[in-house]
Write a protein that binds this ligand. Structure first.
Ligand code: DGL
Length: 260
């Protein structure tokens, strides 16, 4: 059997695991390397220039060490900010994660959606362009959360945030409320947030559809790799934290559930 392809998955923390699990289901025959830039976490409230330089350097080191055939930037903040610079700097194919505004508008019946992401993601020109291009018939509320990515990290590490803390972060997505043109679809525009989606459902002002882009990213990866014959691997995926820290016990347990 041919050698397996190596796919590098990159995020600022554990959020990219929500993308990894879908990609690994689509191509279980690949070798996976997950790099979490926890030394730089959270990305969402860092200045733009600093972040671009950091992402290009950290991803560059990971490419040099692991020689991937494809890189998934499993982070909206990094993708909307640095995907163009990454593509210019390295020749390996990249798949990014950007807010799923087009599918959300197509899906919404009330034609009012919210995009819930980090402050950096919602304030980026890239995101505003997606709205101009794809949200003609839809009212879009942009909600930048300063805390949810950290709450997602805590959730996976076994120290969950309270319901009221989570509720106040998602509250702006709901606006005034029913009956007229109320939000019926919320884009999870940060890869950390699917880790909290059950918590969101439990405290939501009313039921909505939460759109996780991970299955679409997995389809894109499968499509780009379609010519690559199935590889032969029994290797477990590996994970690296840029801080060099050993994950605490609860997080290590959660990582085992993701296959690490
Ligand atoms: N997981 C990241 C995203 O998709 C960013 C979280 C952060 O570092 O602030 O945006």
């Amino acid at each position: 059997m041919p050698a397996p392809a190596t796919i590098l998955i990159f995020d600022s923390g554990v959020g990219g695991l929500t993308v990894f699990r879908e990609v690994a289901t689509a191509r279980p025959d690949a070798r996976y390397v997950y790099v979490a830039d926890d030394a730089g976490f959270p990305y969402g409230n860092k200045p733009e220039a600093e972040l671009i330089a950091r992402i290009v350097a950290v991803v560059g080191e990971a490419i040099a060490s692991h020689k991937p055939d494809l890189v998934v930037i499993a982070c909206n903040t990094a993708s909307v900010l640095a995907l163009a610079q990454l593509r210019a700097a390295y020749s390996v194919p990249f798949v990014g994660t950007v807010p799923a505004i087009k599918p959300a508008c197509a899906h919404s019946k009330s034609k009012r959606i919210a995009v819930l992401g980090t402050q950096a993601t919602v304030s980026r020109e890239y995101t505003r362009k997606l709205i101009t291009e794809f949200a003609h018939d839809c009212n879009v509320v942009l909600v930048g959360s300063p805390k949810l990515a950290t709450y997602a990290e805590l959730e996976l590490a076994g120290t969950p945030a309270s319901d009221s803390d989570i509720k106040s972060e998602i509250a702006p997505c709901f606006g005034e409320g029913p009956p007229e043109h109320y939000t019926d679809t919320i884009v999870l525009a940060c890869t950390h947030y699917p880790l909290l989606v059950q918590r969101f459902r439990a405290v939501a002002a009313w039921p909505v559809d939460w759109l996780d882009p991970a299955p679409a990213i997995a389809r894109r990866v499968a499509d780009l790799m379609r010519e690559r014959p199935p590889g032969d691997t029994t290797e477990r995926p590996s994970i690296f934290f840029t801080s060099g820290k050993v994950p605490p016990r609860a997080l290590a347990g959660a990582l085992v559930q993701f296959g690490f």
